[in-house]
Design a protein around this ligand. Structure first.
Ligand code: PLP
Length: 379
């Protein structure tokens, strides 16, 4: 089946007892057993819940994966992957990373004796230079948050295979509609479901998809043992959100393109970061591994003062100033003081997260209203 059909049907059957076409919200913690251990596959809801199982199957199909697992947040999913590691292990990851991932790696897992290398993943030679016998995990985000860099998944996977590393990809910005990392050699795909998959800014959730049975067993063991499981109501909301994922993404992409092109010629803007521009440094790789370029755009203002940046960020009427992304409504975010505030100034500025950078999550409102709002806010 093709994507749009899977988005609506995958993992979901009419309810066998009533015929209800929508997967019920199984709001239960436990399941009655006929005799000890004799049950219908469900014993306790931290381990398994039927609404969540339907969503896990749906997500796996959207990523063309064998297995899917849902977590209480994107960070819960990343945490589970990091728990595959042991003290002394080393991780190679990007120097332009979601702020929360950077914080978890440096402030939580570094304390458990795991060493992280934050490097420029656009340079495969740099990746090789940091690999040693302790290296276990290659963690890649593409496109990156917020600099919209594109990392070559096939090149990363070649290196990971050669050195027997687990290769995990944070696919949040692209969504499974635009990019399927397993097809490019990744072992694990991670999503902040909170963003495009949920799509309506009303659920926090995370997911992992994979093909390898052993990895699936290890990660479901961690999920059940550590308890970052999402609830059935949230699982239902995401199943509902995913039914329009393909339609929403098409509009995010077409609105994103128009906004990027408008901003590119705007006199108050120094630079627009969007992988759809032919002059984007990794545009060719983006074209190879993504189906379209999405609705995430970062801009650097010409007047680089914090005062001016705050003034612009607070002047929008249709865009809302808020963290998060990927919902139907347009958002503007100031990475330096909001999503990426936990990254030291010197480090974030090295990759371009300067004080005058704003990140836009272009929603699916009418494009004329979005352009008019940008025009009045930029002044
Ligand atoms: C939001 C986000 C996360 C974290 O997900 P939560 O659901 O907020 O825990 C991880 N990676 C990226 C790229 C994100 O945008």
């Amino acid at each position: 089946m093709k994507f749009g059909t899977k988005a609506i049907h995958a993992g979901q059957e009419p309810d066998p007892t009533t015929g209800a076409i929508m997967t019920p919200i199984y709001q239960t913690t436990t399941y009655v057993q006929e005799s000890p251990g004799k049950h219908k596959g469900f014993a306790y809801a931290r381990g398994k819940n039927p609404t969540r199982v339907a969503l896990e199957k749906c997500l796996a199909e959207l990523e063309n994966a064998k297995y899917g697992l849902c977590f209480s947040s994107g960070m819960g999913a990343t945490d589970a992957v990091a728990k595959l590691l042991r003290p002394g292990d080393e991780v190679i990851t990007g120097d332009d990373l979601y702020g929360g991932t950077y914080r978890m790696f440096t402030k939580v897992f570094a304390n458990y004796g795991i060493k992280f290398h934050f490097i420029d993943l656009k340079d495969p030679a740099a990746i090789k230079k940091h690999i040693n016998s302790n290296t276990k995990l290659l963690w890649v985000e593409t496109p990156t948050n917020p600099m919209m860099q594109v990392i070559d998944l096939t090149a990363c996977s070649r290196i990971a295979k050669e050195h027997k590393l687990i290769f995990a990809v944070d696919n949040t910005f692209a969504s499974p509609y635009l990019q399927n990392p397993l097809a490019h050699g990744a072992d694990i795909v991670m999503h902040s479901v909170t963003k495009y998959l949920g799509g309506h800014s009303d659920v926090v959730m995370g997911a992992l998809c994979m093909n390898d049975e052993k990895l699936y067993e290890q990660l479901s063991f961690i999920l059940n043992s550590c308890g970052a499981n999402p609830g059935p109501m949230d699982s239902f909301l995401v199943l509902r959100g995913i039914k329009t994922l393909h339609v929403r993404m098409d509009r995010h992409c077409s609105n994103g393109r128009k906004v990027a092109e408008y901003l590119k010629t705007h006199p108050k803007i120094a630079k627009v970061y969007w992988p759809g521009f032919p002059e984007h440094p990794n545009h060719e790789i983006a074209k190879k591994q993504m189906r379209d370029f999405g609705g995430m755009i970062s801009i650097a203002l010409k007047d680089a003062s914090l005062e001016n940046t705050f003034k612009v960020a607070s002047s929008f009427k249709v865009f809302s100033l808020a963290e998060s992304l990927g919902g139907v409504e347009s958002l503007v975010n100031h990475p330096a003081t909001m999503t990426h505030a936990s990254i030291p100034k010197s480090e974030r500025e090295r990759v371009g997260v300067v004080d005058s950078l704003l990140r836009l999550s272009v929603g699916i409102e009418d494009i004329d209203d979005l352009i008019a709002d940008l025009k009045q806010a930029l002044g």
